[in-house]
Each structure stands twice: as structure tokens, then as C-alpha cells.
Design a protein around this ligand. Structure first.
Ligand code: FES
Length: 110
């Protein structure tokens, strides 16, 4: 429900807690530890610049969803961001900083 466990399966964000290993087949799994590329670099830099995390619990999932969004849409609208991030909850309420970081990452990718 919270999205904290989000990983990429074949470059798409997936909640690993609800994805049976039997359905994985030969798909590629990427975790927060290995996510890389232009969008990932831009998101990580923007996350640091915007001082996004508070407790940190949700942050790996937030970053994975943000990277997946910017990998497919480098210039997302506010609605695109809200839809893409809707499966990631933050109990600390860091949503304004998350949105700011995604906007900064998109600018860096432009
Ligand atoms: Fe604490 Fe998101 S930073 S739950």
C-alpha cells in the first residue's frame, strides 16, 4: 500500500511486496542500490539539493517512482507527477519537496 518497496521490473515501477517471484520469469529487476542512468543521476542530485528526506522510510520507493517517470517523460506536468507518484505514501509529508525535486530533475534533463 505504501510504495516504499518499489523496484523496477523491466524499467517499470512495481511494488515488490505484492509481486510474486513466480511471475518474474526472465524480467530484469533493479533496486534502489543499482538504479542508474541520466534520469537516476538527475533525481538523486535533485533529492539532495532539495533536502527531500525526513525520516527516510519512503524515500527509496519515491526515488524509484520518480526515476521511472522521468525515464519515460522528461517533461512531466504537475498532473503527470501526481499520477506517477500516487502509489508512494510519505508519512512525513515531504510531498512539496518531492515535487520540487522532480521539477528540478526534469529541468536538468532538458
Ligand atoms: Fe518519512 Fe517519507 S520521509 S515517510
Amino acid at each position: 500500500m505504501c510504495g516504499a518497496c518499489t523496484v523496477h521490473i523491466d524499467n517499470k515501477p512495481v511494488r515488490s511486496c505484492a509481486f510474486p517471484i513466480s511471475a518474474l520469469g526472465s524480467s530484469k529487476v533493479t533496486t534502489i542500490e543499482a538504479v542508474s542512468g541520466r534520469a537516476a543521476d538527475a533525481v538523486k542530485a535533485a533529492w539532495i539539493a532539495n533536502n527531500v528526506p525526513q525520516c527516510g522510510y519512503c524515500q527509496s520507493g519515491q526515488i524509484m517512482s520518480a526515476v521511472a517517470l522521468l525515464d519515460t517523460n522528461a517533461s512531466p506536468s504537475r498532473q503527470d507527477v501526481d499520477v506517477a507518484m500516487s502509489g508512494n505514501l510519505c508519512r512525513c509529508g515531504t510531498y512539496p519537496r518531492i515535487r520540487a525535486a522532480i521539477a528540478d530533475a526534469a529541468k536538468a534533463l532538458a
